[in-house]
Design a binder for this molecule. Structure first.
Ligand SMILES: [Zn+2]
Length: 114
């Protein structure tokens, strides 16, 4: 099941993402078509997307608020496996202490809770 995202939006309008204290996920692109990077925030999506765009040269982004940090982690895992983004060198990590596992059946990060 694909994660519903809003976008693509131009990187130049990232300041228009509602600045609320909400977890969420995002996808960054260098061409507005391919997903080059996926990420999440457990606390403030807008701040994280803006910082992530500035850190590297991305031209477009998609985003989706999530109801909890765990939902954000699960959505990030889905995006990671759906797109295999070139700029993500590591599988999404759960926060320290959380026992959450990747929802993908084929993924080693999902093995423990099944
Ligand atoms: Zn996984």
């Amino acid at each position: 099941m694909a994660v519903p995202l809003q976008g693509p939006y131009l990187a130049s309008v990232v300041s228009l993402v509602p600045y609320v204290q909400s977890p969420g996920v995002y996808v960054l692109s260098r061409d507005g078509r391919a997903a080059h990077y996926v990420g999440r925030s457990d606390t403030c999506l807008a701040a994280r997307v803006a910082a992530s765009i500035q850190a590297r040269r991305y031209t477009h982004f998609w985003f989706a608020f999530q109801s909890s940090p765990m939902q954000a982690f699960l959505a990030e895992c889905e995006l990671y496996h759906d797109y295999s983004p070139a700029d993500n060198s590591n599988h999404p990590a759960a926060p320290i202490g959380a026992q959450w596992r990747c929802p993908s059946l084929a993924c080693a990060w999902g093995a423990v809770w099944r």
